[in-house]
Design a protein around this ligand. Structure first.
Ligand SMILES: Cc1cc2nc3c(=O)[nH]c(=O)nc-3n(C[C@H](O)[C@H](O)[C@H](O)COP(=O)(O)OP(=O)(O)OC[C@H]3O[C@@H](n4cnc5c(N)ncnc54)[C@H](O)[C@@H]3O)c2cc1C
Length: 464
């Protein structure tokens, strides 16, 4: 009989103070518990430590250290590269840290490190308030925030990190600390863009803005009009008021309401809008683009409660699809790049594959490249080329399209990419994405995680 205990069995014996749940490969629900959003990622951790609070986080990290096991930290589990899980290591699962406390007077929200944005948006919306985040409600607050955070409110209110006031962390040593402009400012600088490299964030404090009903939705044109629409869009967007966010996209129209039947499954290019203000002002703000291009197939813009916009894409992109994506920052879109976009847009390999070009100008440019770790304050768009399909048989075709599309456009890019939309692409790519901030990040890493305990991420190598 094999008497060797598994890590999960050891953990149950050793972590007597652990209040959450310890899950191992012999548990009946192990397969459900180890699954992450991207079904292309199929990792088998030795232990999933579902933490109930910061003390559990410290216990789980200590256990991994004592047993020489790799640690992965899972917030919402949405990372495309699967950086919220690890083979044979310990997954520190934060899904139990999901409280949201809104202070409407102070206009702040204290948010558990394992919350999803849907949980945050619904709590803040009760007070007509919101903080900038991403465009799908099941995405985790943890990963999205620590990597930067861009979405529908970016042009007006900046990146998610630009609205972060403080964070509470458990370090690799097990110590609990707070990072803010006053406390551990070096760490506070680093976690605003530097990812989960420095510790496990157990709670975030965000500033909130008045955002209630927005005027939002997509405008679609035939994919054949892509060159004309994108050429007009690249001139229009940087001059539009900050209240207007509009990301350029390629999609295939889903075969379901609210889309008119005659355009179901049609490949389109489009802009997904979010205007902070009334309908009339929204119309005026969008007019210069709409008047410069042919009639759209659909102009689906209407007043919506903000959380309805935030979950608009949830039905199209549920957990469990295969995802492969590449990304780049972009400062300008020359004619050659417009042509390349039009070609790859017309060749989208599956119904769910897509390209989004998120604006990162406006309020993002009010912060300098060295104020936070997020270096690309001079870029105007963050592009992502996402091959998506439910069928694992299509993995090669979606990967090929995404890689070819990105590589064709890379010569016209700013050099690096948004770390939250990268696969596991190696150290050079990580360095390129932090540029001059990389060395400072490496120093901070050397102070807070000298042994690189947190290395299942877009890794910053610690400097001694
Ligand atoms: C469908 C989809 C839509 C998206 N839309 C957007 C968007 O609109 N805007 C945008 O900016 N990004 C977007 N993203 C990218 C997203 O920001 C990243 O995938 C991010 O990593 C997800 O965070 P998570 O907590 O869900 O991921 P996880 O897989 O749980 O974690 C990702 C990384 O963050 C670390 N991490 C997570 N939580 C913590 C924590 N509390 N403390 C320390 N480290 C932590 C993990 O260790 C890991 O390295 C989207 C992703 C998907 C799949």
């Amino acid at each position: 009989m094999n008497t060797d205990a598994t890590p999960a069995q050891d953990a149950r014996k050793e972590l007597s103070e652990f209040r959450g749940r310890l899950i191992g490969p012999n548990d009946a629900d192990y397969d459900d518990e180890r699954a992450v959003y991207n079904a292309m990622i199929d990792r088998r951790p030795a232990l999933i430590a579902r933490c109930a609070g910061p003390d559990d986080v410290a216990e789980a990290i200590g256990f991994a250290r004592n047993h020489d096991l790799l640690v992965a930290v899972r917030g919402g589990g949405h990372n495309g590269a699967g950086l919220g899980t690890v083979d044979d290591g310990v997954v520190v699962d934060l899904s139990g840290l999901n409280g949201v406390e809104v202070d409407p007077e102070a206009r702040t929200a204290r948010v558990g490190g394992g919350c999803t944005w849907g949980e945050v948006d619904s709590a803040t919306h009760e007070h007509g308030l919101a903080t900038p985040s991403g465009i799908i409600s099941t995405t985790g607050v943890g990963g999205l925030t620590l990597g930067g955070g861009l979405g529908h409110l970016t042009r007006k209110h900046g990146l998610t990190i630009d609205n972060l006031l403080e964070a509470e962390l458990v370090l690799a040593s097990g110590e609990h600390i707070r990072a803010s402009a006053e406390e551990h400012p070096d760490l506070f600088w680093a976690i605003r863009g530097g990812g989960g490299n420095f510790g496990v964030v157990t709670s975030f404090l965000f500033g909130l803005h008045e955002v209630d009903t927005v005027v939002a939705g997509p405008t679609f044109w035939p994919v054949e009009a892509a060159e004309e629409v994108l050429s007009a869009y690249r001139e229009f967007l940087p001059n539009a008021p900050r209240e207007l966010n509009g990301f350029f996209a390629f999609h295939t129209v889903p075969p379901a309401p609210p889309f008119p039947e005659e355009i179901h499954l049609r490949k389109v290019c489009g802009v997904v809008w979010c205007f902070l203000g009334g309908e009339e002002d929204a119309g005026e703000a969008m007019a210069p683009l709409l008047e410069a291009v042919p009639e759209p197939l659909m102009h689906g813009v209407a007043p919506l409660p903000y959380p309805a916009l935030q979950s608009m894409f949830d039905g199209l992109y549920p957990p469990g699809d295969q995802w492969y994506w590449r990304a780049d920052f972009v400062k300008e879109i020359p004619d050659e790049a417009v042509e390349i976009h039009a070609r790859f847009g017309a060749e989208m390999p599956t119904m769910k594959s897509t390209m989004h070009m998120y604006p990162i100008d406006g309020a993002v440019h009010d912060v300098t490249a060295t104020d936070t770790a997020w270096s690309y304050r001079d870029a105007v768009w963050a592009s992502v080329f996402a091959g998506v399909d439910p069928d694992p048989a299509n993995v090669d075709v979606i990967r090929r399209w995404s890689v070819d599309y990105m590589e064709a456009l890379h010569p016209f890019s700013a050099g690096g990419a948004y770390v939250n939309m990268m696969m596991d692409e190696g150290q050079e790519r990580v360095r390129a994405s932090y540029r001059d901030n990389y060395d400072r990040l490496a120093e901070v890493k050397g102070r807070y995680d000298p042994g690189n305990a947190f290395r299942v991420n877009q890794n910053i190598q610690p400097k001694a």
